[in-house]
Ligand binder design. Structure first.
Ligand code: UD1
Length: 372
């Protein structure tokens, strides 16, 4: 019998993970794939343009939850998702990443007795002030199949008491999307469109609450970036959360830092690939820059993605003006030698599919044995 799988997505960084996963499952007639979009992100620049660029099939259900406090947003996703999961009665719910949609989906599905599959399981920053860390820990605790992107994921899950049999090292779905679309992204005319003429430039992204919600912290980071901009003109596609904070905080920017609207997937990938260096607090960009071999300073004190430092071009720069400038001087004129982390080879979707088949076969065998 065909097994129906619900794939849940809601926020910008989810889409590049569900695209290769859905494509790999779609090949298999034993599974039927249904996408549910929570609507956590709703602007075309944060959601619709990604669905188009990544050729993701239209969601069967759109929950349109929108923004809110963490409790409001998570609760609203849960409230709206429950009747849909009851109606669809899937054999499994696949959640990806660490956003509020991820934990909300895992909670609703597991309480309905539906197996939960978490792609990008086991990442830990060990910093519980990050909302994503809470989402990761809760999601993993109640997931039945844990698909990990890097070795640290398995180690963390085993330390938390998870059974090794529930963990599969599949590699990085985001890298599947990158490899699939890089050639097209390199053809993007984004630089001409935005009149970016300098051959050497840097790229900035910031949206973590710890960095942007306090005007004091955001000003300090902007001060450091303004010094760096003397060496390297900076382009900054601004997340809606950060744009509001820059405006309400009255924060002054160097004329060599140019703010842009959020970019589409192809345009942003193009800008990353052409950058001399990237300054970010995003998780996914640490991974993408590693695969592109572009220097990345992560403006945080920790990372849940240690493979990007161990193998890649990522370095932790902290969030104080001094630490950021010190890290910049350290890498400015150096080529960082990068290796690609294990299994970041563009085939994670296929391995997720194989893990899903095995998971459901084992459940079937277990059920038969029980009834024998
Ligand atoms: C969320 C994720 C974060 C991820 C990020 C990528 C959580 C806890 N956080 O953070 O892990 O890295 O997405 O962007 O799930 N807004 C818009 N248009 C939109 C979406 C949001 O204007 O389409 C504005 C709203 O003012 C909203 C704010 O951005 O209040 C923050 O959005 P929200 O979804 O709460 O969290 P992000 O900061 O995007």
């Amino acid at each position: 019998m065909t097994k129906r799988l619900v794939v849940l997505a809601g926020a910008r960084p989810n889409f590049m993970k569900v695209a290769p996963l859905m494509a790999a499952i779609a090949e298999d007639r034993e599974f039927e794939n249904i996408l549910i979009h929570t609507g956590q992100h709703y602007d075309d620049s944060m959601s619709g343009s990604f669905l188009r660029d990544l050729q993701i099939p239209p969601p069967r259900h759109h929950l349109q939850v929108g923004s809110g406090t963490h409790a409001q947003q998570t609760a609203e996703i849960m409230r709206r998702l429950e009747p849909v999961l009851i109606q669809e009665a899937p054999a499994g719910v696949i959640v990806v990443g660490d956003v509020n949609s991820t934990v909300a989906g895992a909670l609703v599905g597991s309480k309905l007795g539906i197996p939960i599959i978490h792609a990008e399981a086991g990442l830990r920053s060990f910093d519980r002030t990050m909302p994503e860390e809470i989402n990761r820990m809760v999601t993993d605790a109640i997931s039945d199949l844990l698909l990990v992107t890097e070795e640290s994921g398995r180690t963390n899950l085993l330390r938390e008491g998870k059974d090794d049999k529930e963990i599969v090292f599949v590699g990085n779905l985001m890298v599947d999307s990158l490899r699939r679309h890089l050639e097209d992204a390199l053809k993007s005319d984004v630089r001409a469109r935005l009149q970016i003429n300098e051959p050497l430039f840097g790229l900035v992204t910031l949206h973590r609450p710890a960095n942007v919600d306090s005007a004091e912290k955001l000003s300090e980071i902007v001060e450091a970036l303004s010094v760096i901009a003397e060496d390297l003109p900076l382009y900054w596609p601004v997340h809606p959360r950060t744009r509001t904070r820059l405006q309400t905080g009255g924060i002054q920017l160097s004329p060599r830092i140019r703010l842009l609207d959020p970019l589409s997937y192809f345009d942003f990938l193009h800008m990353q690939a052409k950058s001399h260096a990237i300054f970010t607090d995003s998780g996914g960009i640490q991974e993408e820059s590693t695969v592109l071999g572009v220097k990345c300073l992560t403006l945080r004190d920790n990372t849940e993605r240690p493979a990007t430092i161990e193998y890649g071009t990522n370095r932790l720069a902290g969030t104080s003006k001094d630490s950021i400038l010190k890290a910049w001087l350290d890498i400015r004129d150096r080529d960082l030698k990068a290796r690609i982390p294990p299994l970041w080879d563009g085939k994670a979707g296929l391995r997720c599919h194989a893990a899903l088949r095995h998971f459901f076969d084992m459940r079937e065998t277990g059920r038969q044995a029980k009834h024998a």
